[in-house]
Design a protein around this ligand. Structure first.
Ligand code: FAD
Length: 379
């Protein structure tokens, strides 16, 4: 086994760290307060190659491995999880799905600008009545010969307003249940496509979460991803990989909070000595650091398995389950170590604590990860 990163992986990690500190950190509290999408910063992330990291260079991607991707996700998430969720959706759901299953024309038209970061993508599976149970799709794509007519509502869509390209999952043959579902590429501005209200969220407030409405939107069949009825398998396969990105996000949030708590404990005095000289605080830091290391091992194992084309479904679900759980624990302890200062925005840890919660909900809740893991264990 080799726990060392390659020179290239180290360079990617350092570039992401520098970018996060120099470009994301300065306005992160303001963006959180005012729910402002980090548009300029995401544009720069595209220019630096962070929006299509694993895509083949022939489609304007970085041609990097998944380890490099999770290292970058961790660094960006330490500072700004709203930027990292945009990055994660674009990389692991939209770009990956198109590269793996798209046609040559779809890759040329959509994947290239998405991987270059000149446009942003969104992945639209969830609906008001279909969250964890994604088979209950109410959005319909009626087969009209050479095109589909799309009707329905999606909600909770990350990059909902800032995206230009949307992969929309919809039901074509309800009688076939999940085997009647299709994945369609929808462009912003198509007649009948309306971006709905922005959600006022507890965390990742800079991220752009919207509902989307489709009324008789005409989608050519050339915009379907894969064969007729492949949509549900497409969504589930794509989400398996996406979970590695969200696990890395949770890890980054935890690590960001831990680093702030460690720094604070080295500076703040109570009862005549530094906080880090009190054994109770030392024990907290020890547990936080150990949990983070364990989560990182799970995240990197899942990324490694994916890079070597091995079955990574269980590993990805375990990584997301564990990393999102320790993100709750570590961020809460980071606030505790800061005392009252942890409870105010200026010290950043309260935001990280709020941001951590979403990692237990999206791309499969904690309970759904346990279902995925147990299914793999007993199959
Ligand atoms: C900020 C944000 C961004 C999001 N971004 C996107 C996006 O870009 N694209 C997208 O498609 N979706 C997105 N989502 C949606 C997200 O994936 C769903 O919210 C999530 O899958 C849960 O679905 P739900 O909210 O309908 O909860 P429900 O499915 O109703 O679940 C409610 C509770 O019941 C539990 N539960 C459900 N079924 C079971 C079961 N069988 N066994 C045990 N427990 C169960 C759940 O774990 C949960 O605790 C986003 C959500 C949020 C909040």
């Amino acid at each position: 086994m080799n726990f060392e990163y390659t020179e290239e992986q180290k360079a990617v990690q350092a570039a992401a760290r520098d970018f996060a500190r120099n470009e994301l950190f300065p306005g992160v509290i303001e963006r959180d307060t005012h729910q402002k999408f980090p548009a300029e910063q995401i544009k720069k992330m595209g220019e630096l190659g962070f929006m299509g990291m694993m895509v083949d260079p022939q489609y304007s991607g970085g041609g990097m491995d998944t380890i490099s991707y999770v290292l970058a996700m961790e660094e960006i998430s330490k500072i700004d999880a709203s930027a990292s969720v945009c990055m994660s959706v674009n990389n692991s759901l939209v770009c990956w799905g198109l590269e793996e299953f798209g046609t040559a024309e779809q890759k040329e038209k959509y994947l290239k600008p998405l991987a270059a970061g000149s446009i942003i993508g969104a992945f639209c599976l969830s609906e008001p009545e279909a969250g964890s149970d994604a088979t209950s799709q109410r959005t319909t794509a009626e087969d009209k010969g050479d095109h589909y007519i799309l009707n329905g509502t999606k909600n909770w869509i990350t990059n909902g307003n800032s995206a230009s390209v949307y992969i929309v999952i919809a039901q074509t043959h309800p009688e076939k249940r999940h085997k009647g579902i299709n994945a369609l590429i929808v462009e912003k501005g198509m007649p009948g496509f309306v971006v709905g209200k922005k959600e006022d969220k507890m965390g990742i407030r800079g991220s752009d979460t919207h509902s989307l409405m489709f009324t008789d939107v005409k989608i050519p069949k050339t915009s379907r991803i894969g064969e007729e009825g492949f949509g549900f398998t497409f969504a589930m396969t794509t989400l398996n990989g996406g979970r590695i990105g969200i696990a890395a996000q949770a890890l980054g949030i935890a690590c960001g909070a831990y680093e702030l708590a460690l720094k604070y404990a080295r500076e703040r005095k109570a009862f005549g000595k530094l906080l880090c000289e009190h054994q109770a605080i030392q024990f907290k830091l020890s547990e936080m650091a150990t949990k983070i290391d364990a989560a990182r091992l799970l995240v990197h194992k899942a990324a490694y398995l994916k890079d070597y084309n091995k079955d990574f479904v269980k590993a990805a679900a375990m990584a997301k389950l564990f990393a999102s759980q320790i993100a709750q624990e570590v961020t809460t302890e980071a606030v505790q170590i800061h005392g009252g200062y942890g409870y105010v925005k200026e010290f950043h840890v309260e935001r990280l604590m709020r941001d951590a919660k979403i990692t237990q909900i999206y791309e499969g809740t904690t309970e759904i990860q346990k279902l995925v893991i147990s299914r793999e264990l007993i199959k």
